[in-house]
Design a binder for this molecule. Sequence first.
Ligand code: PEP
Ligand code: MG
Length: 567
Amino acid sequence: MIKGIGASGGIAIGKAFIVSEHALKVEKKRIEDKAFEIERFRRCVKKAEEEIKNIIEVASKTLGAEETEIFEAHLLILQDPEFLGTVEMKINSEGVNSEFALEETITMFVSVFEDMGIEYMMERAGDVKDVGGRLMNLLLGVKTLAVGDIKDQSIIVKKDLTPSDTAQLNKEKVLGFVTGIGGRTSHSAIMARTLGIPAVVGLGTYMEEIKQGDLIILNGDDGEIIINPQEETLLKFKNFQQSQQEEKNQLMALVNEPAITLDGKGIELAGNIGSPEDARLALMQGAQGIGLFRTEFLYMDKDKLPSEEEQFNSYKEVLENMRGKGVIIRTLDIGGDKKLNYLPLTEELNPFLGCRALRLCLKEKHIFKTQLRALLRASVYGNLKIMFPMVSGVEEIVEVKKLLREVKQELSQQGIGYRESIEIGIMIEIPSAAIISDLLAKEVDFFSIGTNDLIQYTIAVDRMNEDVSYLYNPLHPAILRLVKLVINNAHKEGKWVGICGEMASDLRAVQILIGMGIDELSMSAGSIPKVKDLIRNSNYEHCKIIVEKVLNLSSPEEIEECLKKQK
Ligand code: PEP
Ligand code: MG
């Protein structure tokens, strides 16, 4: 048995599908028979062409036109006489092997394109790397698998699962995820919870113990992986899996019931989403609204910035599907672990503390304004609330509100409609914002506490780093005090406050949050039924007593012990 971090609950049993990263070693060799070598290279080019044509055929049925265009561009490179000619010329004149000639050619083309510093050319550099990698695998006879190659139901094992992996994912076939890096709040973990797929992340080097096709049991609750289990163990986990399924079915009976405590305190339960499709999942699990739409996923699944029209359509779709229920759409939160391949950002030593999210938007105003226009235009289709991430001080929100007024004015001048009374909120995810939440509460209509980042910044513990994940704990007294401070400050100004970080669905923390007076909890769709069940079995007055007790304790361990005794 190997142990990582349980990131999405449930048991998955299936064959491992290992997706390897490109890290191929190329040796320089002298070639005697140059004609044969060129012939070998050309055969691989043909083969790569066939592979890409197959992908285009599948992608044109399952994905949009833009995804297909990426592969069309790859095909063009494979047919480009300059690219192919350079490789063949090197084989001929230098007498080197195809692999070496190809590697040198890729490096040359990529650096020429990248040095131009033009967005379009940077994209072409990415294409050359991608196609070059495919060709190299064929030359070296290495069979690499991509996430999209998955044919039978399997458990995906990959060092890191990127948002573009998920774009290719056939969700019907994925039983579970295992990743080498990341913690409970890394984006691959959040995505697994949204899809309701069991996941274990942060396995580190233990990941290497899993071999292609091994039968594995993945326990997403405890973060355990059992490789090639004995018959007896397999049976035990199959039974466990079945009883979990039965429990899930029972909880689904609550789907239309309100999230209200035994003594009548109602809490709004909302869903966190990354795409319009996720909103449907959230509704199916009983979400009363959307508490966080992470719009960066609209930007990450593409090879260029989404246009105003594309964004407008996505926002409109969610608003219409939610039929008047509140939909909090968060503006672009890029940076940190969320990158855009097509938007070259300055290399930063500490990207989580760098030009991220709102900071980037206020710098690149044209990107921000496009999103604000799309949001305002979509506002007439439902109950939109706009939320801004990574606010650290009052000046930022003042600047944002000014910009929003400007965009509204522009739309009015163009005769384009929008709803005038849109609630504006901010995420409280930087300690400075929590500390001055009394001042910020005067500026906005609501707060949503982003505990994923608030924990990492407060305890100084990287949310992606499995080596320090033992310190990452929402029950740390500093976090509980900050959350309480934010709730109190919001309420003093008559504003409502929610939590959209993963703490909202942490069953150890829910009663503390109820006792502190939280108004809304927003989480991945799959977590809603369990949290609702807990709220419906809790007593608000008792939760307040729990809060008093835990706030007097000095460590997460003591708090956890105290919570166990309350049951
Ligand atoms: C958070 O930081 O808690 C949050 C919800 O935002 P994200 O996880 O997208 O950074
Ligand atoms: Mg955050």
